[in-house]
Design a protein around this ligand. Structure first.
Ligand SMILES: [Cu+2]
Length: 169
């Protein structure tokens, strides 16, 4: 009997821990295109709008030909100009989204940025509550409806884990 309780508690804790440590890695452009001069100038805008970026998530830029990644201001992103900083020229480049500020990235090689190799992302705060973020990204109706439930289950399991510890101590 005691062993079973210990095992259940262990499993519940594991689930709670995994949820707390979950950070999604977004491979920019997905594995088929990656970070490249896209076939359409709106490619990365379309790609980004299909993602849900949360604080703590990671952007991963991967490429094979000659490209680089430079984080720039919005103006530089809009105009494809570069005033500050050294581009990161060795693939892969990982960038952690640390807050809800919009981030802008371009490739500084030749006319790649003008041809659409640029990315803008905005992260939403990762919370387990049901409050909606101030700037909610366009999301398909299905995914937004299922989110609160998905966040509730690990929260519930964490609570059970804490309670089971308090009882046995
Ligand atoms: Cu490039």
């Amino acid at each position: 009997m005691g062993l079973i309780i210990i095992m259940i508690r262990y499993l519940v804790l594991m689930v709670a821990f995994i949820d707390a440590a979950t950070a999604v890695t977004h491979e920019v452009g997905d594995s088929t295109v990656g970070w490249d001069v896209p076939s359409s100038t709106s490619f990365y805008t379309t790609w980004a709008s299909a993602q849900k970026f949360s604080v703590g998530d990671i952007l991963e830029f991967k490429w094979t030909a000659t490209h680089d990644v430079l984080e720039v201001t919005k103006t530089e992103y809009d105009d494809c100009t570069k005033t500050n900083g050294e581009p990161m020229s060795t693939s892969p480049v990982s960038v952690t989204l640390t807050n809800t500020t919009s981030r802008y990235f371009i490739c500084t090689v030749g006319p790649h940025c003008t041809n659409g190799q640029k990315l803008a992302v905005t992260s939403v705060a990762e919370t387990n509550s049901t409050t909606t973020p101030k700037t909610s990204p366009p999301s398909p109706s299905g995914s937004s409806a299922s989110m609160p439930t998905a966040a509730l289950v690990p929260a519930l399991l964490s609570t059970i884990a804490i309670i089971s510890f308090l009882i046995t101590i």
